[in-house]
Design a protein around this ligand. Structure first.
Ligand SMILES: C[S@@+](CC[C@H](N)C(=O)[O-])C[C@H]1O[C@@H](n2cnc3c(N)ncnc32)[C@H](O)[C@@H]1O
Length: 209
């Protein structure tokens, strides 16, 4: 009988069910740095690049698909990256149970599944409920980033955000010419730009209270 040995990628890969409720970021990362989340991080290119570019911040990607999540974690693990982690599981659960209120500087949502069929639209992650979840965990004047290539998803998300009095729209980053094949925000951005899709980018900031 053959058995597959799954390499131990801790601390870079952690399934959500191994994390405590109301986790203390300072204990978890062993530092006081701000924390940013990538919801549905796929293979974790954003977490990998951002944690390299900003060693003064911590990044956590959350991904439902353990295979993709582990792939992202492997890259971080090989470099023993201190400020990047990938959690395997449902981001909604993490936002509700694991992440403490007002403890995250930014939430990034890049190219969420479009659920094209009308009858499946309610499975989309970026909804008014999700925005409430994000507001609960965001710090004072925290940021929410949303990018997609799906025009109708963009229209719905941008309309929800622009009508939400808790946020102010900020200028989203301009499209950059990539210098190499890893020079994209995420793997999906690379895939979509290579086929010439329009990318819609949004950035909002919580208003000071
Ligand atoms: C289209 S992919 C985009 C991945 C990545 N953000 C990128 O831009 O390359 C969407 C990802 O979201 C993940 N996903 C969907 N629902 C999720 C949830 N509730 N929690 C965590 N990940 C989720 C999917 O498994 C998939 O990998």
């Amino acid at each position: 009988m053959s058995s597959t040995i799954i390499p131990d990628l801790s601390p870079h890969f952690v399934p959500l069910n191994e994390l405590p409720e109301q986790l203390d970021w300072r204990e978890y990362f062993g530092n006081d740095q701000s924390v940013e989340l990538d919801v549905g991080c796929g293979r974790g290119l954003f977490v990998f690049r951002a944690s390299e570019e900003h060693p003064e911040r911590n990044y956590v990607g959350i991904e439902l698909d353990f295979k993709k999540a582990r792939r992202g974690a492997l890259r971080l693990n090989k470099q023993d990256r201190p400020n990047g982690r990938i959690w395997g599981g449902d981001a909604n659960l993490a936002l509700d149970k694991i992440i403490r209120p007002h403890s995250v500087a930014a939430v990034h949502v890049y190219f969420p599944d479009p659920w094209w069929k009308k009858k499946h639209r309610r499975r989309r992650i970026f909804t008014d409920e999700f925005i409430n979840r994000a507001v609960r965990i965001l710090e004072h004047e925290g940021y929410l980033h949303f990018w997609t290539d799906v025009e109708d998803y963009w229209e719905v998300a941008a309309s929800l955000m622009n009508h939400d009095s808790r946020f102010v729209p900020r200028e989203a980053p301009e499209e950059q010419q990539p210098e190499h094949d890893m020079d994209y925000q995420t793997s999906f951005e690379r895939k979509k730009r290579k086929i010439g899709s329009t990318i819609y980018r949004g950035l909002w900031q919580l208003k000071p209270v």
